[in-house]
Design a protein around this ligand. Structure first.
Ligand code: NAD
Length: 483
C-alpha cells in the first residue's frame, strides 16, 4: 500500500479496480485559480475506460454486498480516521486546486470525513419491517437491499464533501461505485480514493475516473445495465440532461442541483447575528455554494443598517490566494466564473442597484472578484434570478411579511432558505410557507451529515446525509409469506 494515487509531480492516473491506470486521452491540466498556474495533470479517460471502471465495480459488488454490515461499518470508520489523520494535507490540496481559503478547506475536510463516521454508524441500521397483512392471512416482510453499482458525479465547489456524501452512504448500503469528479478539482477525489484504499476498502469498490468527455463517458456508464443508480450533484441544467439519460435504463436517481437561496431578515431580527449568519451563508467558499444566500430580503426599516454592517464586515476580508492563511476570500474557480459575476453585477448596477462595496474585478493573476455589496437591487434584475456563485451580496428591501414570502418563493429552485427573526413562532410559521428543502432559522449554516440535505422544485430529487442518504442506494424488497 505504498503507491501514491494522489498528486504526484507528473500525471495522476485513473483509479480502477484498485490500480492506477493511465488515461487513454491527452492528460487534463489542473489549475491553481489563485495563480493561474498548472499544478499537475490528471488522466483523461475515454468511453472504454468508463466501462472498464463499471466492470471493476460490478466485479467487486457481490463480495462487498455480502460483507457483513458490521465489517463494512468498520472499513468506513477507518476511512474517517484516515481522512482525519491526513486532514491538513487534504485541506491544503482543496485550497490549492479549488482556491477556497484554508479555513473553509479545513471545515470542508472535517465535514467530508464526518460522512464516513456517520455512515459507519448507519451501515448496521438498514432496518426493515414486518407486519401482518390487513386480512390477517399472511405476513408482509420488507427489507432494504443494496441497489448495485452506482455512478457518482460531483462538482468542484466542495471537492471532498460532495464525494464522501455519496461514497460513504453507497458503501454503507453495500453498493460499489464509480466516481467522476469535476475536472477543475480532481486531485482531492484521488486523495480520498487513496484514503479509502489505505483504510481497507477492497479493490474495485471505489473507482475514480476523470475525463474531459463527461457527456459520452457518463452516458456510456449509465447505459450499462449493470449500473443501477446515479447520484449527481451539480447544476440544474446538467441534472436535467442526466435525468433524460437515466430514463433509458430506469435508474434510481438522486439529484442535488442548483439553488437560489433567499435570506430573510425581519424587523425584529438581531442584526449582529444576521450579519454573522450572512458572513457564512454568503461568504463561505467565496459565495460558491449551492446553499449560498443569493437574495437578501431585508425589512425596509433595517435594510440600510444591515447593508452598512455587512459592507463593513465583508470589506474587512483580505482577498488573496486560498492557501495563504491570511486570506479571508479566495479566488473564484476560473476566469469564466469571474466574467459571469462581473456581468451580473454590471447589469444589476445598470438596473439601478447601489454599490456599497467592491464591484470592480482586479487586474493581474488569479481569478479574483472582490467582496461586493449591492443595495436596492431591483427584483427583475438577473442577479436576483440566477445563482451568483460569487462573493456578491444583493440586498432588496421589503415592507410586509407576505411580500417577503412571495418574493422568496418566486423561483423554480428550492434548495435552501434562511430566516432571521427573534420570534421563533413567527420564524417557524414562515418556514412552513417557504418552498425550500432546507430552512435555517437564525443560523447561517445548514450542512450536517446527520441532516437530510436536498431541494424541492428544480433543486433536486432525493436526500443526502442522514438515514435517508443511505436509502438512496437501497431498494425495498417485499417478501409475502404465510406461517
Ligand atoms: P456542473 O453541472 O457543470 O458539473 C457538475 C459535474 O457534472 C461535473 O463533474 C461535470 O464534469 C459533470 N458534467 C457536466 N456536464 C456533464 C454531462 N453532460 N454529462 C455528465 N456529467 C457532466 O456543475 P458545477 O459547475 O461543477 O457546480 C456548480 C453547480 O453545482 C451549481 O449549480 C451548484 O448550485 C450545484 N451544487 C449543488 C449542490 C447540492 O447539494 N444541491 C452542491 C454543490 C453544488
Amino acid at each position: 500500500m505504498t503507491t501514491t494515487i494522489a498528486p504526484s509531480p507528473d500525471s495522476v492516473r485513473l483509479w480502477i479496480g484498485g490500480e492506477p491506470v493511465p488515461g487513454a486521452l491527452e492528460p487534463i491540466p489542473v489549475y491553481n485559480p489563485s495563480t493561474d498556474e498548472v499544478i499537475t495533470h490528471v488522466a483523461n479517460a475515454d468511453v472504454q475506460q468508463g466501462l472498464r471502471a463499471v466492470d471493476a465495480a460490478a466485479n467487486a459488488l457481490s463480495s462487498w454486498k455480502a460483507t457483513p454490515p458490521r465489517e463494512r461499518a468498520e472499513v468506513l470508520r477507518r476511512c474517517f480516521e484516515e481522512m482525519t489523520r491526513r486532514a491538513d494535507e487534504i485541506a491544503e490540496l482543496i485550497a490549492t486546486e479549488n482556491g477556497k481559503t484554508l479555513a473553509d478547506a479545513r471545515s470542508e475536510t472535517t465535514y467530508a470525513a464526518e460522512f464516513f463516521r456517520w455512515y459507519s454508524e448507519e451501515a448496521v441500521r438498514a432496518i426493515g419491517q414486518l407486519s401482518v397483512s390487513p386480512s390477517g392471512s399472511n405476513r408482509i416482510l420488507a427489507h432494504y437491499a443494496p441497489i448495485g453499482v452506482a455512478v457518482l458525479v460531483t462538482p468542484w465547489n466542495f471537492p471532498a464533501a460532495m464525494a464522501t456524501r455519496k461514497i460513504a452512504p453507497a458503501l454503507a448500503a453495500g453498493c460499489t461505485v464509480v466516481l467522476k469528479p469535476a475536472t477543475e478539482t480532481p486531485l482531492t477525489a484521488y486523495l480520498i480514493a487513496e484514503c479509502c484504499r489505505d483504510a481497507g476498502v477492497p479493490e474495485g469498490v471505489v473507482n475514480v475516473l476523470t475525463t474531459k468527455q463527461s457527456g459520452p463517458v457518463v452516458s456510456a456508464m449509465l447505459h450499462d445495465d449493470r449500473v443501477r443508480a446515479l447520484s449527481f450533484t451539480g447544476s440544474t441544467e446538467v441534472g436535467r440532461t442526466l435525468l433524460h439519460e437515466a430514463a433509458d435504463t430506469v435508474l434510481k436517481t438522486s439529484m442535488e442541483l442548483g439553488g437560489n437561496a433567499p435570506f430573510l431578515v425581519f424587523d425584529d431580527a438581531d442584526l449582529d447575528s444576521a450579519v454573522d449568519g450572512l458572513m457564512i451563508a454568503k461568504m463561505r467558499n467565496g459565495g460558491q455554494a449551492c446553499t449560498a444566500a443569493n437574495r437578501i430580503y431585508a425589512h425596509r426599516s433595517i435594510a440600510d443598517e444591515l447593508g452598512r454592517r455587512l459592507a463593513e464586515r465583508m470589506g474587512a476580508l483580505a482577498t488573496g490566494p486560498g492557501a495563504d492563511p491570511s486570506s479571508g476570500c479566495g479566488p473564484l474557480i476560473n476566469q469564466a466564473a469571474v466574467d459571469k459575476v462581473n456581468e451580473l453585477v454590471t447589469e444589476a448596477v445598470g438596473d439601478g442597484a447601489r454599490v456599497l462595496l467592491g464591484a470592480v474585478a482586479p487586474a493581474g493573476k488569479g481569478c479574483f472578484y472582490p467582496p461586493t455589496v449591492l443595495a436596492d437591487v431591483p427584483s427583475r434584475s438577473r442577479i436576483v434570478r440566477e445563482e451568483i456563485f460569487g462573493p456578491v451580496a444583493s440586498i432588496i428591501a421589503f415592507d410586509t411579511e407576505t411580500e417577503a414570502i412571495d418574493a422568496a418563493n418566486d423561483t423554480v429552485l428550492g434548495l435552501s432558505a434562511y430566516i432571521y427573526t427573534e420570534d421563533l413562532r413567527r420564524g417557524l410559521a414562515i418556514a412552513e410557507k417557504l418552498e425550500s428543502g432546507m430552512i435555517a432559522i437564525n443560523q447561517g449554516l445548514l450542512s450536517d451529515p446527520a441532516a437530510p440535505f436536498g431541494g424541492v422544485k428544480q433543486s433536486g430529487l432525493g436526500r443526502e446525509g442522514s438515514h435517508d442518504g443511505m436509502l438512496e442506494f437501497m431498494e425495498t424488497k417485499y417478501i409475502a409469506t404465510k406461517w
